[in-house]
Design a protein around this ligand. Structure first.
Ligand SMILES: NC(=O)c1ccc[n+]([C@@H]2O[C@H](COP(=O)([O-])OP(=O)(O)OC[C@H]3O[C@@H](n4cnc5c(N)ncnc54)[C@H](OP(=O)(O)O)[C@@H]3O)[C@@H](O)[C@H]2O)c1
Length: 239
């Protein structure tokens, strides 16, 4: 069955993680050619072998998103392999809780700001020239509910996800005349094995399945969302 994503080139970061796997699978199931980026090539390859449809055009790219030269070289390798970058889904990121802000170390601040915000800056900076050259592009970033509803003992995390949301809107303003849309989603708690282990007594049925978030990512990459840019879309499920 044909799909609007047939032959589109989708780059998915954090592709070995919970949400990244779901997003990579959703694009691959709809005919996109998918570049899966994460830290470990064998781990990404296992995702491709075990969780993506057989016959999908995919490739694993090991990269540390905190190293700007590696990010640029990797996205160039994606272009060498697939010809261009149409869609960039920035899924990689992480979460830490910590002490009160007066007790927060520089390294804890840097860890969250780097993993969640700097990584998005690096991939957007490296992917935009290909999108501008082709006159078409879709960027979907992952912020978080915490960007709007900040909580104590999560200052670096909340600030880093707020940075993703604001950076998304800046890039959208810069690209709105170029047929490039730039949006972010704000997940609530995602239903992951790690969250179930950390919060065994919570009502897991209220959390957001990764597949439901992947549906929103694909909507933002679709033609139906061609006039949506600079949006920050809450995806909270029932929580
Ligand atoms: N889980 C939630 O409840 C929740 C809620 C709101 C927002 N989010 C956001 O949603 C996104 C996906 O969450 P998730 O639960 O799917 O996370 P996850 O399972 O931890 O996946 C993140 C992936 O990114 C990889 N990664 C980490 N640092 C990297 C780096 N420097 N370079 C390349 N790859 C790197 C991780 O590799 P390693 O495992 O080897 O470190 C992992 O495979 C994140 O941006 C997260 O902040 C999550």
């Amino acid at each position: 069955m044909s799909s609007e994503f047939d032959n589109k080139v989708a780059v998915v970061t954090g592709a070995a993680g919970n949400l990244g796997r779901a997003v990579a699978r959703a694009f691959a199931e709809r005919g996109a050619r998918v570049a899966l980026l994460d830290l470990s090539e064998p781990v990404i390859q296992a995702v491709i072998d075990e969780q993506l449809p057989a016959g999908a055009e995919t490739q694993a790219f090991a990269v540390d998103l905190l190293k700007p030269e590696s990010v640029s070289a990797t996205l160039q390798a994606v272009i060498d392999r697939f010809g261009r970058i149409d869609i960039l889904a920035n899924i990689a990121g992480g979460f830490t809780m910590g002490p009160l802000i007066q007790d927060t170390e520089d390294r804890d601040w840097d860890f969250m700001m780097n993993l969640n915000a700097r990584s998005v800056f690096y991939t957007c900076r490296a992917a935009l020239p290909s999108m501008l050259e082709n006159g078409w592009g879709r960027i979907i970033n992952v912020s978080a509910r915490a960007a709007l509803q900040a909580k104590g003992r999560m200052g670096p995390y909340c600030a880093s996800k707020a940075a993703v949301k604001t950076l998304t809107k800046s890039i959208a303003a810069e690209t709105k005349f170029d047929d490039i849309t730039v949006n972010c989603i704000l997940p609530g708690t995602i239903d992951t094995p790690q969250n179930r282990e950390a919060m065994p007594d919570a009502d897991h049925s209220q959390w957001v399945p990764p597949e439901a978030l992947a549906d929103v990512v694909l909507f933002l990459a679709s033609d139906a969302a061609r006039c949506v840019t600079g949006a920050a879309i809450p995806v909270y499920g029932k929580s």
